[in-house]
Ligand binder design. Structure first.
Ligand code: ATP
Ligand code: MG
Length: 386
């Protein structure tokens, strides 16, 4: 069984195009490899994916619909490059479908064919019309009959199915995503995957002071996100002791910013080890009282790597819609004991200043706390959820 896969944005990448294409080929192969044997080849600005016939076409389509970089795809019947073969294939294709209107599209990718695109389209059009009685409609027909004439073969494309768009995962470098069990951080991770980043996940938990529900939740969430990337690494970092130190030694109001700065420092060390180039969070401006521009600035100053916040300008309702689409919302709303609900202040500070926070932090052995947490971090591999 064949699929023709079309890509949008990566087609525009000029001299980088071969690199993007080869990444997309690899990702498609990996996404489908569990289903059966796969071969992916470049075919003039599109890819031809050949899958062994034992694979369920619906399953193959659902895999392709999760490979970033795919704009749209369709099943494709391969035909020998002769008029008789084309007519026979079109007859069969048409006889298996119900439609009242149809259109024929012919693209002559290889120019050496003896017929012009329009000639062939007209010829096939009258043939289909007399066999089916349907009328021609070239704007929005019930059925498109689309032929691509390539060298030594012709493809008959079936119904177009949308891909997820974006860039192939791995084409844009590696980032470390701070993932909580909440709604936002899985959505922000998804947005970075879509831009072609390869993600490594870091989760902070307060076990044994809280139960382990948040860790289980995060594994489930990462499993869903791994559908777009393949098996991924998740670091679980114990954070309860750090919280206890901060709670006993620092005032309550700026506590969340102090927590976040410690998280960012620890995540940055993991990023450096993993050769990642940025951190990612699910923060958006003004969503909760701790996410003010002043606080985001204070948090940024604890890191040297850039902190990417793909949700920064989104409303909560928009984020929820995205989380529902990707299937993380249902998991995120399950109750848990997140480390941030542990030892939360009643009135989080909304306008922290870096100098003030840095002065508070001088009372602690910040780098010792970072090292200790890193030493107790656990790394595991999470496979894509089925
Ligand atoms: P989320 O829905 O992602 O939890 P939120 O709106 O609840 O976000 P906060 O709890 O303030 O906002 O967290 C802001 C960001 O900090 C999160 O999006 C996430 O990137 C990071 N973060 C918060 N808690 C954790 C945690 N326990 N482990 C890892 N990262 C975290
Ligand atoms: Mg949260």
């Amino acid at each position: 069984m064949n699929f023709a896969v079309h890509y949008a944005e990566i087609g525009l990448k000029g001299r980088n195009r071969p690199r993007f294409e080869s990444r997309l080929r690899k990702n498609i192969t990996r996404a489908l490899a569990r289903a059966g044997s796969v071969q992916v080849r470049n075919l003039y600005g599109r890819l031809l994916v050949e899958i062994s016939d034992d694979v369920d076409p619906e399953y193959a389509a659902s895999c392709l619909s999760k490979v970033f970089g795919v704009a749209y795809f369709s099943r494709a019947t391969e035909i020998a490059p002769s008029l008789e073969a084309i007519e026979a294939a079109v007859d069969e294709f048409v006889s298996q479908r119900e439609f009242e209107s149809f259109g024929v599209k012919v693209r002559r990718v290889e120019k050496s064919y003896p017929w012009k695109s329009v000639e062939l389209a007209t010829r096939l059009g009258s043939r289909i019309q007399s066999a089916s009685g349907a009328r021609v409609n070239l704007s929005k027909p019930d059925l498109w009959v689309e032929l691509h004439l390539l060298s030594q073969r012709v493809l008959l494309l079936h119904r177009r199915q949308p891909g997820p768009g974006g860039m192939p995962v791995g084409s844009a470098g590696r980032v470390v995503s701070l993932i909580s069990g909440g709604i936002d951080s899985p959505a922000s991770s998804y947005r970075m995957l879509k831009r072609g980043c390869e993600l490594i996940y870091v989760h902070f938990h307060s076990a044994p002071f809280t139960n382990e529900a948040s860790q289980e939740k995060v594994r489930d969430l990462v499993g869903i996100l791994a559908r777009y990337q393949g098996p991924v690494r998740l670091y679980s970092v114990p954070f309860g002791e750090i919280q206890q130190v901060l709670v006993s030694e620092a005032p309550a109001d700026p506590r969340i910013v102090l927590y976040r700065r410690m998280m960012v420092r620890i995540a940055e060390q993991i990023a450096l080890r993993e050769r990642a180039l940025a951190l990612v969070t699910g923060e958006s401006v003004a969503q909760v009282s701790s996410q003010t521009l002043a606080n985001l600035d204070t948090i940024n100053r604890a890191a040297t790597l850039p902190i990417l916040r793909p949700l920064v300008g989104m409303d909560k309702a928009e984020i929820i819609e995205l989380a529902e689409q990707i299937g993380t919302y249902e998991i995120s709303i399950e109750p848990d004991e997140d480390c941030c609900s542990y030892l939360m202040p009643r009135n989080p500070a909304t306008r922290t200043h870096a100098e003030h926070i840095e002065r508070l932090e001088r009372a602690f052995d910040v780098s010792g706390m970072v090292e200790a947490a890193l030493g107790r971090a656990q790394r595991e591999r999470i496979d894509p959820a089925t």
